[in-house]
Design a protein around this ligand. Sequence first.
Ligand code: G6Q
Length: 545
Amino acid sequence: MATSRKSLLNKLMKHRKRLDEQPMRVQFALDPNRFKRYSASAGDILLDYSKNRIDEPTMEALFELARAVDLEGRRKDMWAGKHINSTEDRAVMHMALRYQGDKPVKIDGVDVTGPVQDVLKAMKGFSDAVRSGAIRGATGEQFTDVINIGIGGSDLGPAMVTLALAPYTRADLRVHYVSNVDGAHIHDTLKGLDPKKTLFIVASKTFTTDETMTNAATGRAWIAKALGEAAVADHFAALSTNLKACADFGIKSDRIFGFWDWVGGRYSVWSAIGLPIAIAVGFENFQAFLKGAYEMDQHFLKTKLEKNLPVIMGLLGVWYRNAWGFSTHAVLPYDQRLSRFAAYLQQQDMESNGKSVTLDGKPVDYSTGPIVWGEPGTNGQHAFYQLIHQGTDVIPVDFLLAAQPHETLPPHHAKLVANCLAQSEALMLGKSKDEVIAELKAQGVDKDKIKALTPHKMFPGNRPSNTLMYPKLTPEILGSLIALYEHKVFVQGTVWGVNSYDQWGVELGKQLAKALLPKVEGAAKADDHDSSTRGLLAQYHRLKA
Ligand code: G6Q
């Protein structure tokens, strides 16, 4: 690329100057077609991005930027199985896990569709059998509780999806997720469960992750204590690329579900890591979930950039991050069942694009991934929305909204919808000084009070948001939504020129924890640590005593 990324990104600044002088409310007043102009669809998902600080020249500049960084070429490379995860020398091919076509999908010259289908078939067999009771515990009792032990990519996806698809789950078959090494997590999960009716799934790509191995050992001991060592094999399954370690743990070979190194942890919900989802909602629904993601893949692959949802959302994120300096991005689903969606996206986005060197190892001279956060509406409205409306930081928002609820409980859903639409409208419009004064006058407030209150009651407005609207939160729609954000992350990683598929930043803490453990356990002296760490350790030992 002849021109540096920084100068490409700097080109956006001139558009910012123009838009600074023309807030969105003015643009809406001038252009009755603004919604139509700035909305696009992928299947049943509508993206309304009209409430953004954009105009035609801005969008043109953003698409030009996408072309200048060869987004289409890199997308092709990813799909061709090139090792775009260069620091780990791996392909990035989670799309192969949900591929529904009949063409070969080659990675390093090998068609992976057969092995992918084999694992899916095994997952179907196992999940069907657990659900029907054909597979039971050691004493012949049917499983009522399944505990998935995993962390990060081996936890966040399935945990979020299981919650999101609660209407498809059964009351007599509960799926729990244990991730934290904090013993409280497994302790509180096991409380009240019956070992005879409990199945553990150890989900770990590497099968070496300390938290997961610690929790798995605790679960194993719980089963062995209650039912005897011989029962362990009947109460455990594993999801991993490390088949040998699973076997060493004592897991039967037909209960080990494999995947591959071209599936990144945070992109693994589509792989064997999805087994707890299949058990919770049934394999057919899991397949619909895969199909939804495949449909979004096709949209991302085949739709021109100007109408491509992940491209539009990715570029808008770049626009705010690099031209406006907004450092956070809120994801606010008006859907209680998406209450773990932001936590899931935090990993997907922040572990992927929280990087400060380019692919060739040079420090970036521009900002990369934003801080992603969020909670479901309407709860957030009574908590942090104050800052989004009137705080000193501007926070671009994604609202997510289903047209139909799963339950028939009027007027709940109508109220939910009204609140969601009201928030994006309020953020865009704001409330001017004149409007506040007129409102207070109409309420009969006296002059002095009006003067004192007016600044507090004004809303700056011109605060950006996207709204994603879909018919209902079905497995298929959920699959599409997740894939949409995955591709958005890819788009942004491509613009910023970073490797979105490694995560070296999580290593240092792990190394230091290993070194500290003997000192915490009192088996070694802490002389080689800094004074803060030594002081904290000393206080820990005092308090513990
Ligand atoms: C995700 C990361 C990370 C990983 C966990 C669990 O992309 O690689 O979150 O998923 O550290 O790793 P294992 O699955 O190997 O236990």
